[in-house]
Design a binder for this molecule. Structure first.
Ligand code: ADE
Length: 243
């Protein structure tokens, strides 16, 4: 997968060099380039923003540098066109399902907005030649899209083939089946007066699977009733309902 990130603070994206994302880059699964939006300005002050039409507080990112950046990174006629991802508090909520969708793309371009956002015409024009996804991390406002890109890239990279050593962990983890994962334990069996649940040490894999399923249901009901309500019909079986 090839990923281009455009930002006025390219240093913010330095963590993309680290850890598993860094390893994915080193092994060639992922190719990331970070670009300074000001590369595509032409005035001495390298201006990227201006006051909003219609008045109001703050500044809006001007369309011209963004237009040139997208012409360079997603040239008209590129086949297939990359997907443009714009982190913004007005976007669709970022979910594990969306991480899977993005992981299936061969090319992503991230546009990091700052201030009050990017002039809407940049997104409207881009949408005439590539898919555009506006995405929000949650119902709160960040200074800009950079940290959101780090979060999205971490969620996406771990889904790329060959990145995780044990792909079973993807099938088991929270959000894989619309439920939160059950609690996990390791050695020692007793620690500061707290015991590992006996069932997990029983070796009875049928009972362990049932216990994990029950714990996942109880946790989800307590913490995320919205997820439980959204489960597709048929996701709950008779044994689930009896607990
Ligand atoms: N930029 C500013 N706030 C954001 C949010 N909540 N999610 C994604 N990008 C953002």
């Amino acid at each position: 997968m090839r990923v281009d990130v455009v930002s006025i603070f390219p240093e913010y994206l330095a963590p993309l060099e680290l850890s598993l994302i860094g390893r994915a880059r080193a092994t060639g699964v992922l190719d990331v380039a970070v670009h300074d939006l000001r590369t595509w300005t032409h005035d001495v002050h390298r201006t990227v923003d201006d006051t909003p039409y219609g008045g109001g507080p703050g500044m809006v990112m001007r369309p011209e540098p963004w237009g040139e950046a997208l012409d360079a990174l997603a040239p008209p006629g590129a086949e297939p066109p990359p997907r443009l991802v714009v982190p913004t508090p007005v976007g669709a909520p970022f979910t594990q399902a969306m991480a899977h969708e993005l992981a299936a793309e061969s090319r992503l371009v991230f546009a990091c907005g700052r201030y009050e956002g990017i002039d809407q015409r940049v997104l409207d024009h881009a949408a005439t030649r590539m898919p555009v996804t506006e995405v929000s991390l949650g119902d709160y406002v960040l200074f800009g899209g950079e940290v959101a890109v780090l979060v999205i890239m971490e969620a996406v990279t771990r889904l790329l083939p060959g990145v995780l050593g044990n792909v079973d962990s993807l099938a088991e983890e929270s959000h894989a089946h619309g439920l939160l994962e059950a609690p996990v334990y390791t050695k020692p069996p007793s620690w500061r007066g707290h015991e590992v649940p006996e069932i997990l040490r029983s070796g009875d894999h049928g009972r362990i699977a049932r216990w994990r399923r029950d714990q996942a249901l109880l946790r989800t009901a307590a913490r995320r009733p919205d997820m439980l309500a959204a489960l597709a019909p048929g996701e709950l079986d008779k044994k689930d309902v009896a607990t």
